[in-house]
Design a protein around this ligand. Sequence first.
Ligand code: COA
Ligand code: ZN
Length: 327
Amino acid sequence: MKTGNGKRLFVNEVATRDGFQMESRFVPTDDKIALVNRLGTLGYAKIEVTSFTSAKAIPALRDGEEVMQRITRRPGVVYTALVPNLRGAERALESRIGEFNIVMSVSETHNLSNLRMTREQSFAQLTEVIALASQAGVPVNVSLSCVFGCPMEGEVQLATVLEWIDRFAVLQVQGVTLCDTTGMAFPTQVQTVCEAVLAGHPAMQWTAHFHNTRGMGLANTVAAVEAGMERLDMSLGGIGGCPYAPGATGNVATEDVVHMLQCMGYETGMNLDGLIEAAAELENLVQHALPGQVSRAGQRLTRHAPPADFNDIAARAHARRGKELHS
Ligand code: COA
Ligand code: ZN
């Protein structure tokens, strides 16, 4: 394992999309906007603000237009949103989106379950979305779900993943995100997949997106970064998950990942104290405990007071030591 040596990594926040889509409590529109505005000050490269999906499929994000239109845009931060089809792209354009994050799954079963289209139907829709984006001058990133396995089909072949990447590369998308939708990835697999995609398309803007469903999220993050990935999706507090992927749970928690990467000597540009404060605010919004750990434990060098009777303990120990020396 290597030290970060000051290497710059780019952090994308997905709590307001991947996170909120999975919450049973509807987070009020004003609170979503206030959270995005707060996050905008913390050093992110990108914030996935919402999704332009059907309100029936994702009721929690039915206010996508209003949120996207009313947020304060900070220079240097890309405000993106998930777009599954042409209707979503039109809504996104009207809302002054900074990037289309188009989505499809490399698993046929998950694509049908999540987007109600075959992969070919999705690809045809997304081809039209890319054409629309190009006319409008909006960059496009493709998020590919289930790259490291599908909760319904099991293994997904690397060849299948590479084939879909090639098809999108021909359409000149700016970036591709490799999504581990239900935490099926493991570190050596991540290394193999990341090395293969980087070798195939070195000019592509690559992003890794891990869920921590089986506790491998941080290990997978290290594997991805060591394989050369420079952009990472993560979710404040560790909320998240796809409602149409059985067994899905939260993404790796932003504050946990940033804390780890900073310990390792990577440069993330992130304000970690600000993240921990924002996670406390998020906990109020979703009204349940968050899976993230660093906000509870504090940072690595957070110091705790010794026990209340520490002076007595120490005095007794020293006295005993004195007796031992003189006996
Ligand atoms: N935004 C808003 N409404 C949309 C929409 C969009 N992007 N796409 C379709 N709709 C509406 C249609 O207008 C139609 O409305 P109506 O019933 O009032 O006429 C209705 O949804 C059904 O349209 P249809 O094209 O048949 O969509 P569908 O029911 O086959 O659903 C998706 C397709 C992609 C819109 C839907 O499955 C979806 O939004 N999935 C997203 C799932 C997701 O975000 N998962 C987590 C992230 S990975
Ligand atoms: Zn996800």
